[in-house]
Design a protein around this ligand. Sequence first.
Ligand code: HT9
Ligand code: FE2
Length: 292
Amino acid sequence: MKAVVLVAFGCPDCLENIGPFMERIMGRTPPPALIAAVRSRYEKIGGKSPLTEITSQQARALKTLLGSEFLVDFAYQYWRPEIPEVVFNLVQKGAKTIYFLPMSAFNSQVSTGAYQKTIKNLEEKFPEIKFYFKGGLAEEPYFIEAHRQLLTTALQPFSPKNTGIIFTAHNLPKKAIEQGDPYFAEFLKTVEAIARTFPFPWRYAFQSKGKSGEEWLKPEVDDVIISWQNQGVENIIVNPIGFVADHIETLYDLDIELKEKFSTVNIVRLPALNDHPLLIKALHQLVQKMEG
Ligand SMILES: CC1=C(CCC(=O)O)c2cc3nc(cc4[nH]c(cc5[nH]c(cc1n2)c(C)c5CCC(=O)O)c(CCC(=O)O)c4C)C(CCC(=O)O)=C3C
Ligand SMILES: [Fe+2]
């Protein structure tokens, strides 16, 4: 039996678990004021992230392409269901080969780097099971094609004269890139591949930077909007290409915070790919590459 596990960052399953979830990500106990601030953001999106529902939909959709030969499940790095417990269950169900697909557009230590470490530890615990791990989702032609389709539709009513596109990804501490993280290079390459087919001005920008005092990457999405507003841009299409599922960073940081801050410009936020059929085909391609 073969199995595929979609591996994602994770989200707290209830408001009470926001603190413990943050502790897992940050590797230290977060100050109560920071937990309270994050909690109020979750409350404003209805008290719960849609990430788990979307990730299970992605897994179900991939299962329909893979067929009965495969078990398909999902697991999280920073919350439950955790990677080790999901792997244990799959092995009990008879899986002999497990393919891991990180649900990340771009590689970084905090996401795919951490997932890979967890999986390496499991490899030692299950020497009889074959493990495969394949990133590079954003380089898959179907991933690029999915974004081109979403943009083509969204841009229909607009003119390049007063409309621009901002592609966003989660911000990272600047030192991560200095230490060799490929995240920014992958982000830029993907954005260029998509943007060059549209006659609209475009920029890349980072969003959702952390509260730590260190230096984070630039520009922030706010910086780009301010400079475009000054140049008379009226419509701004925001494509959060760094996320393959909608969650608090799109539903709060973009849909609530950003739109409140810039109420005089028309911000059109594109959805993440979620269960877009072409994203599922991209995942299917990655499984086929690991099989071949
Ligand atoms: C690159 C990246 C992705 C994309 C990964 C991928 O998919 O490829 C991602 C996703 C996510 N991040 C999430 C949540 C949080 N991330 C935090 C903090 C941080 N994230 C970071 C990076 C990333 N994060 C970093 C460098 C920090 C600072 C750490 C520190 O300071 O040491 C904090 C702490 C508070 C704050 O700093 O805001 C929270 C609550 C959720 C859940 C959303 C939901 O529940 O809907 C998701 C999917
Ligand atoms: Fe995060």
